[in-house]
Design a binder for this molecule. Structure first.
Ligand SMILES: Cc1cc2nc3c(=O)[nH]c(=O)nc-3n(C[C@H](O)[C@H](O)[C@H](O)COP(=O)(O)OP(=O)(O)OC[C@H]3O[C@@H](n4cnc5c(N)ncnc54)[C@H](O)[C@@H]3O)c2cc1C
Length: 476
């Protein structure tokens, strides 16, 4: 045994011989970055970070760990918001990073599919699709680091869910290393395949608790011919919803993204992110960022946008708006939204609530959750933002100016309970797209208890009877 950990030294030697020097890190200086999560909520330690380069190497590493009864934490870009890829503090778990499985294996322009390995970043996957003249329509602010395996294991949502669905809606096939080291070769590219249980959907969203995704076949779409992006200052969250409805009535299929931002959220971006600028004359209390896109010819999206916005202004819903004139302006508008998480990180300690409600209830969620949190902690900065078009709002709570960060974080359960009470009253979910990870398993019995949790435990026991895949995550 390694004296500092519960991992047998001969397992580490066997992994070293199988994976070679590039395939395993054991020096604490090298393993440290894999042992802290993006939000810095957890700092663990591990005797080894495995970096296999092929599916066969993943399978062999998993088999060796299974024989020794050692737990594995699969890790992609390590951008989880809920400590999903966090390793335990006792040194008993091994991290398995997929980052060297980073090949785009094939793009088929007729089937409109991409076969891709788990360690390719989402951005690189989008770029590869674009180079082939197609669109991979999944887009999240962490796409430069988040990897395909992580995105699928968390069923990521993001900005384009309103149009294309979540990650799960883009998956046709998967290749998965099971907890005993067997490989399930499910890389089909069929749109119709009713042959028993749909196993791929079991692994999507399973947060590394059932197996390790090593590759996937993803659906691609035609690239838009025309795109129009607008930033609108709106009178209220209700006005934001009304504008969404008007755009839907006009041309629902063209809505590519519909994002809400509070005045405070935008203010934090302007304050903390160098180069961020507000292209409107006056600041507002509420904004929406809207992207329309179409692959139709001569659609005149800009003209359509101007028409809907003019009517919305007349109705008092929109106070001011700007439509991007160029790609650079489009990127600058999107930056105001995409830098929300980073700006909040720089503004102090924060408690995050990634919740969803029926789209029609979003304004009520924003109002009631804000009031509840302000009652609990005077001076708290409530920053609701996110995907209004699919009912997923991040009700993020930033510490009051001057308050001790640790003292604020000590209130996290009280604050999450307050937000979740509103979410429950509105028939919503306490986790919309970030998953459960290590942060939220304690909420599962209350929200998913009874038959639902029993079924999930049964599935876990059937696939991973030794409980070695990402223990301590998702299931309480
Ligand atoms: C700035 C920022 C913005 C974000 N915006 C969004 C957003 O808009 N929408 C959204 O949904 N999420 C968002 N997230 C959360 C996060 O980026 C996603 O959850 C992402 O899908 C995680 O990918 P990853 O590769 O970093 O996975 P990791 O963080 O490494 O892992 C996440 C989970 O997946 C498991 N896992 C990783 N790889 C594999 C694999 N190959 N096989 C099996 N299990 C695996 C891990 O064990 C863990 O449970 C954001 C995060 C940040 C930091």
């Amino acid at each position: 045994m390694d004296p500092l950990t519960a991992v047998p030294a001969d397992l580490i030697s066997a992994l070293q011989s199988r994976l070679g020097p590039r395939g395993i890190l054991t020096d604490p200086a090298d393993t440290a970055p894999y042992c802290e999560d993006w939000r810095r909520l957890y700092r663990g330690r591990t005797p080894a970070v495995l970096r296999p380069a092929t599916t066969e190497e993943v399978a062999d590493a998993v088999r060796l760990c299974a024989v020794s009864g050692v737990a594995i934490v699969p890790q992609g870009g390590n951008t989880s918001m809920v400590g999903g890829a966090a390793v335990s503090e006792d040194g008993s778990q091994i991290v398995l990073s997929l980052s060297r499985l980073n090949r785009v294996r094939e793009i088929d322009p007729i089937d409109m599919t991409m076969e891709i390995e788990a360690g390719v970043t989402l951005k690189a996957a989008q770029d590869a699709a674009a180079d082939a003249g197609a669109l991979l329509p999944l887009s999240i602010s962490s796409e430069g680091s988040a990897q395909i395996g992580g995105v699928l294991a968390t069923n990521a949502g993001g900005n384009n869910t309103v149009r294309y669905g979540n990650a799960r809606d883009l998956v046709l096939g998967l290749e998965v290393v099971l907890p005993d080291g067997q490989v399930w070769h499910g890389l089909r590219r069929l749109h119709k395949d009713n042959t028993g249980y749909c196993l791929r959907q079991l692994f999507v969203g399973s947060e590394g608790t059932l197996g390790i995704i090593t590759a996937a076949v993803l659906k691609l779409y035609p690239r838009p011919r025309e795109t129009a992006v607008a930033l609108c200052a709106v009178a209220s969250p209700e006005a934001a919803l009304d504008l969404f409805n008007r755009l839907q009535q006009h041309d629902a299929a063209a809505i590519q993204a519909y994002e809400y931002m509070s005045g405070l959220g935008v203010e934090l971006v302007l304050r903390h992110i160098p180069g961020a600028a507000l292209p409107l004359e006056t600041a507002a209390a509420h904004y929406v960022l809207v992207e329309l896109a179409t692959s139709r010819k001569h659609a005149d999206l800009r003209g359509a946008f101007e028409g809907v916005l003019a009517a919305a202004m007349e109705a008092g819903l929109v106070a001011d708006a700007v439509i991007a004139e160029s790609g650079t302006q489009r990127a600058a508008l999107w930056r105001l939204r995409e830098e929300h998480s980073e700006a909040q990180k720089l503004a102090g300690a924060s408690v995050k609530n990634d919740v969803s409600v029926p789209v029609s209830k979003v304004p009520e969620l924003i109002r009631r959750a804000t009031e509840a949190c302000e009652r609990l902690v005077p001076g708290i900065r409530v920053v609701p933002f996110g995907h209004l078009g699919d009912g997923n709002i991040h009700v993020n709570l930033v510490q009051p100016d001057g308050m001790d960060g640790a003292a604020f974080l000590a209130l996290d359960h009280t604050l999450m309970d307050a937000v979740n009470a509103v979410v429950r009253a509105l028939d919503g979910s306490f986790s919309a797209e970030h998953g459960i990870g290590r942060l939220k398993p304690f909420m599962m019995p209350e929200w998913r208890g009874g038959a639902e949790l029993d079924l999930m435990r049964g599935i876990k026991a059937a696939l991973d009877p030794q409980g070695l895949m990402n223990p301590g995550k998702m299931l309480p």
